[in-house]
Design a protein around this ligand. Structure first.
Ligand code: GDP
Length: 307
C-alpha cells in the first residue's frame, strides 16, 4: 500500500466525480472517504460515501442519481413498504446485498477498513479506498426543533435554519491506520470539490489530521461556482452558520491548509481577492464536471500542478 504519493479526501458527490477523473489518469493515489454519513438502516450498516466511491470507480454507479447501483431493482423495499415499514432512504436490492455483507463482516469483528478493502477488490478497484475512521462517527444536523442524522436532513430536504452541525463520536474517533499510513506516504493532499462542512470537515475533525495536513502540500477545489452549489445543501448550511457563501468562504474554511486553491474560470475576479486576503496561490479553470471528459480535465489540471 505504500508508495501512493497522493491522498485525496472525499465525500460522495463532487468528490466522487473528481476521484473518477483522477482514476482515469493514474492509480498512484489513495482516497480517504468521509464516514460521517454512515447510518444504520434495518440494522444494516450503510456507508453512503464509501459505497458511492466504490460504485463510481467500478462503473457500477447509477450515473443519473449519482448514488446507488445502475439497473438496480427495489423488490425488497417495495415489499417492506407493503408491510407498512419505512422507506425514506432508498436502497436497491443489489445495494442492500452490499450492506448485508458489510454488516455481517462488521459483526464478525472485521474493521470498516478491512471490509472496504475486501469490497473494493471484489469490485475490481485498483486503488486503496480508505474509510476515514473505523470508529463510530455520525454527522447530525441541529434544527430549531430537533436534531436529525445528516442523511435524513439531506434526503428529506428538511427546511429551516440549521443551528449547528454535530460530529457525533468525534471525541473518541481516531483516524484509521491506513489513513495515517497513506498520509505518511503522501507529498500532496487533494481536497476535491466536496462539501467542506459535512464531508471534508468530518475528516479534518479527526485527531491530529489538521496538524499533519499543515505539514503537507494541499491543493483544493471549490465546490461553489458563483456562490452556487452544483447539488446538495451546502449553501443552506453555510448561510445558516454565517459563512461567506462563495469560493472565498470555502478558501477561508481551509485557510490554514491550502497551498493552492482552484476556482472556476467564470469567477476569476475572486482569484486576486482570495490570494490577497488569504495568501494562497489561486488558479482558475473549468471546475464544472458535467461529462467524463470534464472530470478527467479537472484532475489533469490538478495533477499538472503537483511538483
Ligand atoms: P456528498 O457526500 O453527496 O455531500 O458529496 P460531496 O461532499 O463529495 O460533494 C458535494 C459538493 O460537491 C456540493 O457542494 C457541490 O456543489 C459540489 N459539486 C458537485 N459536483 C460538482 C462539480 O461538477 N463541480 C464543482 N466545482 N463542485 C461540484
Amino acid at each position: 500500500m505504500g508508495g501512493n504519493l497522493i491522498t485525496v479526501l472525499s465525500g460522495g458527490g463532487g468528490g466522487a466525480k473528481f476521484v473518477d477523473g483522477l482514476y482515469n489518469l493514474t492509480k498512484d493515489f489513495s482516497v480517504v472517504v468521509n464516514t460521517g454519513d454512515d447510518i444504520d438502516v434495518y440494522g444494516l450498516h450503510v456507508s453512503p460515501d464509501v459505497d458511492t466511491i466504490i460504485y463510481t470507480l467500478s462503473g457500477e454507479i447509477n450515473e443519473k442519481q449519482g448514488w446507488g447501483i445502475k439497473n438496480d431493482t427495489y423488490a425488497c423495499q417495495k415489499y417492506l413498504k407493503s408491510l407498512g415499514f419505512d422507506d425514506w432512504i432508498l436502497l436497491g436490492d443489489k445495494d442492500l446485498a452490499v450492506h448485508i455483507k458489510r454488516t455481517e463482516l462488521l459483526k464478525s469483528g472485521k474493521t470498516l477498513t478491512e471490509i472496504t478493502f475486501d469490497l473494493s477488490r471484489r469490485f475490481g478497484i485498483k486503488i486503496p479506498i480508505i474509510p476515514m475512521s473505523d470508529d463510530f462517527f455520525q454527522t447530525h444536523i441541529e434544527l430549531e426543533d430537533r436534531t436529525v442524522h445528516f442523511e435524513e436532513y439531506y434526503i428529506k430536504r428538511l427546511n429551516g435554519t440549521v443551528k449547528n452541525i454535530i460530529y457525533k463520536g468525534v471525541e473518541k474517533a481516531k483516524p484509521s491506520e491506513k489513513f495515517l499510513d497513506a498520509l505518511s506516504h503522501s507529498d500532496w493532499v487533494i481536497i476535491p470539490p466536496s462539501n467542506p462542512l459535512v464531508s471534508i470537515g468530518t475528516i479534518l475533525s479527526l485527531k491530529e489530521i489538521r496538524k499533519i495536513l499543515r505539514e503537507k502540500k494541499v491543493i483544493g477545489i471549490s465546490p461553489l461556482i458563483q456562490g452556487k452549489a452544483i447539488k446538495g445543501p451546502l449553501v443552506d448550511l453555510m448561510k445558516s452558520l454565517n459563512y461567506q457563501v462563495n469560493s472565498f468562504g470555502i478558501a477561508k474554511y481551509y485557510e490554514d491548509l491550502l497551498d493552492i486553491f482552484i476556482i472556476d474560470g467564470i469567477e476569476s475576479d475572486l482569484a486576486e481577492i482570495i490570494k490577497g486576503d488569504l495568501g494562497m496561490e489561486v488558479l482558475t479553470t473549468n471546475t464544472l464536471m458535467k461529462t467524463k471528459i470534464d472530470r478527467v480535465n479537472l484532475s489533469k489540471f490538478v495533477l499538472d500542478r503537483l511538483d
